[in-house]
Design a protein around this ligand. Structure first.
Ligand SMILES: NC(=O)c1ccc[n+]([C@@H]2O[C@H](COP(=O)([O-])OP(=O)(O)OC[C@H]3O[C@@H](n4cnc5c(N)ncnc54)[C@H](OP(=O)(O)O)[C@@H]3O)[C@@H](O)[C@H]2O)c1
Length: 231
């Protein structure tokens, strides 16, 4: 991996990914909204910043050119198909063999075999409806974005984050294929480690065409799963 594009580089997750990529010695290109360029001041002498909305196809075409890897923060902002527009542009314009890694949450399901608590589904339905009425967020559009990724024959991975918290790194998160698996029960990951997993996925071909649901390796459920495996 030599050159990596980070789409949504100025957000919290994006900035962690910029840091991890620079630490690995990758050449980094970042796309962020024009008003957010200043959030990357700490890195601007070590990366190329392309200002623009992430669903602007011309911006994405330019940004991903020549990149071996593309890390995309999928966010369902607004009601103008921001997530699906972003995902489609990456699928359309990334280099043919590029590794594509997308972020989302546990609510996305690849095969319908995830098991959610009633509280989780109720909260998601209520928050989704209110946010859409206020025209702030369209969760269904993030679902559509992932549907298109899952249907694609590109070299993709969709990383599904648990609830996130700030703090020092606890190490590379562990993962499972389905929400509801015991290892994920703690439902917490440091945001810095979400970024670490996304960046590590670029070089992990075993994650191609997977939608890993991640959890902190230091969480109670991860530790007790590893103890059980050692028995
Ligand atoms: N938050 C959670 O608890 C949680 C849990 C699980 C998974 N995730 C996933 O983690 C990823 C990152 O989420 P995050 O919550 O940590 O946020 P984040 O990293 O801060 O990213 C938010 C992104 O959205 C952009 N953004 C903000 N307002 C916008 C607007 N009105 N229009 C267009 N773009 C806008 C930000 O760009 P600017 O810098 O320009 O503002 C930034 O790139 C997402 O894929 C999310 O689905 C989050």
């Amino acid at each position: 991996m030599n050159k990596v594009c980070i789409i949504g580089a100025s957000g919290k997750l994006g900035q962690y990914m910029v840091r991890h990529c620079l630490e690995r010695g990758y050449e980094v290109v970042g796309v962020c909204r024009p008003q957010s360029v200043g959030k990357l001041d700490a890195y601007n002498d070590r990366m190329t910043i392309i200002p623009g909305r992430t669903n602007d196809r011309a911006v994405i075409e330019k940004a991903v050119s020549g990149c071996d890897g593309v890390l995309t923060v999928l966010v369902p902002w607004g009601v103008d198909y921001y997530s699906s527009g972003t995902a489609q542009a990456v699928l359309d314009f990334a280099e043919p063999d590029a590794r594509l890694v997308f972020s989302c949450g546990w609510h996305i399901t690849k095969d319908g075999r995830d098991q959610y608590s009633r509280l989780f589904t109720t909260m998601l339905a209520v928050i989704g409806k209110v946010a859409r009425l206020l025209r702030l967020v369209d969760i269904d559009d993030q679902v559509e974005a992932c549907r298109r990724i899952f249907a694609s024959d590109r070299r993709w991975t969709v990383v599904r984050g648990s609830d996130l918290e700030e703090g020092e790194s606890e190490g590379l998160p562990v993962w499972s294929q389905h929400v509801g698996d015991a290892i994920l029960k703690s439902n917490r990951t440091r945001r810095i480690d979400f970024g670490l997993f996304m960046v590590a996925a670029l070089e992990d071909d075993s994650l191609i065409h997977e939608a890993p649901a991640i959890v902190s390796c230091a969480s109670e459920s991860a530790l007790s799963a590893s103890q059980d495996a050692g028995k």
